[in-house]
Design a protein around this ligand. Sequence first.
Ligand code: ADP
Ligand code: MG
Ligand code: MG
Length: 926
Amino acid sequence: MSKKPAARKKPQVPSPKALAPSPKSRKHVYFFGNGKADGNRNMKDLLGGKGSGLAEMTNAGLPVPPGFTISTDVCNIYYKEKQKIPAAIDREIADHVKQLERTAGATLGSIENPLLVSVRSGAKFSMPGMMDTILNLGLNDESVEGLKNRTKNGRFAFDSYRRFIQMFGNVVLEIPKAAFDHEFDAVKKARGAKIDTDLDEAALREVVQRYKKVVKERARKDFPQHPHLQLTMSRDAVFRSWMNPRAIEYRRIYDIPDHIGTAVNVQMMVFGNTGDRSATGVGFTRSPATGAKEFYGEFLINAQGEDVVSGVRTPQPIRELEQVLPKAYAQLRQITTRLEKHYKDIQDFEFTIQDEHLYMLQTRSGKRTGYAAVVIATDLVAEKLITPKEAILLVDPESLNQLLAPGFDQDEWKSIPTATKGLPASPGAASGQVVFTADHAVEWTAQGKQVILVRRETVPDDIHGMFVAQGILTATGGMTSHAAVVGRQMGKPSIVGAGELEIDEHAKRFRVGAKTVKEGDYISFDGLTGEVKIAQVASKPSEILQALNGTLDRKKSDIYQRFEKLLSWADKVRRLGVYANADLPDQAALAYAFGARGIGLCRTEHMFFGEGRIPIVQRMILADSEADRRAALNELLPLQREDFYGVFKAMRGCPVTIRTIDPPLHEFLPKREDLMVDVARLETAGTSGAELDEKRRLLHRVEQLHEFNPMLGHRGVRLGITYPEITEMQTRAIIEAACRLNKEGVRIAPEIMIPLVGLVKELHDQKAIVDRVAADVMKEQGITIKYLVGTMIEIPRGCLVADQIAREAQFFSFGTNDLTQLTFGFSRDDSGKFLKVYQEKKILEKDPFASIDVEGVGDLVRVGVERGRRGRPGLKLGICGEHGGDAASIHFFHQVGLDYVSASPYRVPVARLAAAHAALSVKVGD
Ligand code: ADP
Ligand code: MG
Ligand code: MG
């Protein structure tokens, strides 16, 4: 969309250069007002979410104060030009100020009729509390008197002025809020005022004087009186706030790129602080916590915007607005219902009522919990507002995890007395040790503890602690406070406004009733009911899991029904198959219940760790001769056969891919250091005999097997080639189990997968063994079954010669864990340390082990797919790395044409939904 203006200017064949926007010709400022806007809802990239919403509402004829949006491009230009705005753009902004003055019938800086504006940040993605807004800009020592004369309301004029100085001082001049609060409290105290509305004009004049002194002392200059200067300084401060540390941290957590920039909205002020016929508030068209269809929100009489969320006064529930200002309330209901229908999604809105006139200040799709997302999506379909396809796109695949998170055992929970109740801001069960600062939350979590962050109220700087905590509990704030909004978005259990908590953050303790809770004590809470208890409470599987495993009647679980419905819609539109990585029968059964219709990776070696098996495996490894090794393998055979039988059975005839042994053998032996200690201990104790001999033998073998770089050493297909009898035993176990099931009437066709192949001859060697043993077994069993032999493609060379390999392989499964490791040369087990720094320094945007590196590793996959299919048309292709459960990676696998992804059982629902998103998305990578 960014290409249009330039393309229009140059009618000849556009070269790539001509398509790029030229800074001169391009429009940078977009007006809205009087029922018409330059922008619309589809321009979020350029106008940010707020700007595009204001434009759309203006076009729809809703009461929106006029203004203009400075585009996100300007933010990028600002940074490119070393924090300067080019003169041409400055002029464009000045022209729009004039247009706004004409529309508003008021003039910036005028004494008789001053125009006041807000300067509001707004990026494409909303970042609650991360960036800054300034209200009442345009006031100075003269215009404040003008405002007073015009409105005959001196209290209002000086209330607005003190707010402006504080916000400007804080945001632009970077003076801590506390410096202003200190003065404000002093005046309140001196005048015996309990809340801000108790202060009269004289008191507020004094506050203004004191605030100006704070500015003079802290910023070493006078509060700027010139409105145009106030405006440019505020605009630049908003651009600067894009790069403040907490905004950067926020974007890192939510994977929002830095380069998209923020827009700046300059908008005529409307006033909720002119008296008790005025108000300001925020709300949702449905509950963002549970999804229930109820009008939801909060407001304050005689207040301005920030008051509602900042907790200076406790806001009233929005229902009460109906009694106080019935006409405005009715209009608000009507407008927000219309907005929800228009956007086909739950709306989160801001409004201000000035002397009974309603104004809309913001609308956007409401952030919601995973639980609410599923409820809302299925409800909107039932209400015929959206189609099932649209419903699929309304739920972020990742958020389904919240529905699978455990809850409390209700019997235990009910047996513990409730210490207090707060507002249920974000559902889920949380239990952990109390900490009072975000830094402690991070420290303690790093030590392996589970913590609950308890704060009077959270601030945007707490984001890192909120991220790691099990849950968030605050004493103040409403359902739309910072803690509530962020908690919901993170899917983190949260309770806010638990007013009975007396928190002493310095002493690191809180009191509730007669009880005192210190840092480190355990508490638990239920974010759905708001109940807090002073105890550690064990959790219990989620309702959905209970419904799936039969401990709860599926028909009785509303959320299970909705979950299933949504996923069944997803199944209809997705092209990718969804398999699971499962090694044992019970995992396979869970995966099947979650909707996996195949096993993409069954790691046989995990079975070796089963009860009583390790000694047999060690005997096999320690064997000096092939005969001894075969004897040990013969003992393993029946055990493996039972495992495979169980997995096949749990999958009810769906494809099951079994990988032959992969890890280096030393992983099955004790650690060298441990053995050395044991041997030394036995020697000094003077012990001799079988135990010492055994330990010495083990140590000797461990030393023999020692490798400098085991991940690149004797593992995978290399084991099968050097010890063919292992491949023989595993094949026999697989085919015998499959024959038995086929005889029992379950038609299963196992897929035998050879790991770590880079040379076609490696596979050729192993396939010959598999085919020979399979033929023997089928003959013995008197039954013929179908089976496939394929390989994991996880070595870069394997991708490059995929055409050759495909002539031997009947399927490929991309092992993207090893492929990532080998392509980057990053050890998966050691890269944690430096990858963190890589991400901080933006050398890598994402951890390539979590989300596929599309450019590099992804390109190898693409090559493997193309060459593989060239070698064998119709070759079956899947992926079984961790990436199989990652939504962004699934988009790529869809695009590159794989047949299925295989994810861990708990990620199967996420993968089903992500695969549907991929199939529905017009543009991949959007
Ligand atoms: P945020 O993104 O943090 O919500 P906003 O830019 O939306 O920041 O503004 C903060 C508060 O100020 C909101 O309550 C908003 O409604 C209010 N506000 C912003 N602009 C105006 C305006 N022109 N008139 C009245 N209130 C405003
Ligand atoms: Mg807002
Ligand atoms: Mg591997």
